[in-house]
Write a protein that binds this ligand. Structure first.
Ligand SMILES: Nc1nc2c(ncn2[C@@H]2O[C@H](COP(=O)(O)OP(=O)(O)OP(=O)(O)O)[C@@H](O)[C@H]2O)c(=O)[nH]1
Ligand SMILES: [Mg+2]
Length: 383
């Protein structure tokens, strides 16, 4: 990590992040959305498991009147999904804390290196180690002596850091709450929309989807399949038709039917980046025309496996689109879970959801305490 020490001392820039792997994503083989642990909405809390409110053959039957089912079991399930999702990162960091050795310069270096490897980002690592409330100062002041104490010290520091921003899903004062979802292609927009819709409907809310990614026929098809599986309405348009007109019709329908939420899927790629940004602002405008204050939540989806490059992608979007929350996907596929902290610190935008797998229930409302525990607990205590 010589570059990092040079970087701290102002001699060298951090290495360039790897380019995003942003191929066109084929329509995935989807799994049936059967027994689905799910959700809670505003304020968004870790998802308890609950069956999806699918078919309601009997109109008398009220989905809200579900029997109270073992809340402890549900909680544990959400907790284990998160821990499973963050396993790679936890394993990459945990080693340095587990040996009960006295703190010395070498250990501080090792901790620094493991945080950098986990993609906390140079600024954040500097703050955690060298900052006013950082590790080095606490060690020098003899508040910390052993490696195992460092784990709890860092946990507290990270938790308070991640709690500075409100992580809950924004709500319209009057339904429908309109959620616009954007992001580079392949980051996981459509899948995250399906997961989010699932969380919301399992919480008894009505959701309409707008397939405003008309650039690829497969994208409309993908969202349509999800809507069928979830048993929710979708508004689509012909391939290559105007995405803003799809968004407009969907907003109209959401208002008419009194839906609680409208979630709008958008293209991750058009012919040019400028086109994409123009399209997004056009969609925003039509939504606003139809529903006051819409979009009430604008979620940018970033792929955690692209590491620090996700930050670059975000900066590009932020130049053109107002973003109120981040969905960070594919944390299960990377040892770089620290990117959550880096994004939170650098972009000053709260991470609201994290994707920890390809199943419908693998979207967690971002909870700083649960996240930090799952990240820094000992590697052995998985599941
Ligand atoms: N492992 C894992 N895979 C995920 C996660 N979220 C999405 N994916 C996968 O990522 C791939 C791309 O997801 P999509 O939802 O199609 O991505 P998109 O952003 O809508 O892509 P475009 O429509 O091409 O812009 C799919 O294979 C998903 O199953 C996640 O949290 N974990
Ligand atoms: Mg998509």
């Amino acid at each position: 990590m010589a570059w990092f020490k040079n970087w701290i001392s102002g001699k060298k820039k951090p290495p360039e992040a790897a380019p995003a792997e942003s191929g066109d994503t084929p329509l995935e083989e989807e799994k049936p959305a059967e027994e689905t642990p799910a959700i809670e909405t505003e304020p968004v809390e870790p998802a308890p498991a609950a069956p999806a409110p699918q078919q309601q053959e009997d109109p008398e039957e009220k989905p809200e009147e579900k029997p109270e089912e073992k809340p402890e079991k549900k909680k544990r399930s959400a907790w284990s999904i998160l821990r499973r999702g963050l396993e790679k990162t936890r394993k990459s960091i945990a080693g340095v804390f587990s040996l009960g050795r006295a703190i010395d310069e070498e250990l501080v270096d090792e901790i620094q290196d493991s945080l950098i490897t986990a993609d906390f980002g140079p600024e954040t690592v500097t703050e955690l180690i060298e900052g006013e409330d950082g590790l080095r100062k606490a060690w020098k002041e003899k508040k910390l002596k052993e490696s195992t104490e460092v784990r709890d010290f860092l946990k507290d520091l990270l938790k308070s850091n991640l709690k500075k921003r409100d992580n809950s899903l924004l709500q319209a004062t009057e339904a429908p709450t309109v959620i616009l979802v954007s992001g580079v292609n392949g980051t996981g927009k459509t899948t995250s929309i399906a997961k989010l819709a699932h969380r919301l409907t399992a919480g008894g809310k009505t959701v309409i989807l707008a397939a405003a990614d008309t650039f690829r026929a497969a994208a409309v098809e993908q969202l349509t399949i999800w809507s069928q599986r979830l048993g929710i309405e979708i508004v689509t348009g012909e391939a290559d038709s105007d995405p803003a007109s799809v968004a407009y019709r969907a907003a109209e329908q959401a208002v008419e039917s009194g839906a609680d939420y409208l979630i709008v899927d958008t293209a991750g790629r058009l012919h040019t980046q400028t086109n994409l940004m123009k399209e997004l602002s056009k969609i925003r405008n039509v939504l606003e025309k139809k529903v006051s204050g819409a979009p009430h939540e604008s979620l940018l989806v970033l792929d955690a496996t692209t590491g620090q490059n996700a930050l670059l992608q975000a900066s590009n979007f932020l130049e053109a689109v107002e973003v109120s929350g981040i969905v960070l996907t594919k944390l299960d596929g990377t040892a770089k879970g620290g990117i959550v902290v880096a994004i939170n610190n650098r972009l000053q935008i709260p991470v609201k959801f994290i994707g920890v797998g390809e199943q419908i229930e693998d979207l967690e409302a971002f909870d700083p305490d649960g996240f930090v525990d799952a990240l820094l607990d000992s590697a052995e205590s998985t599941s």
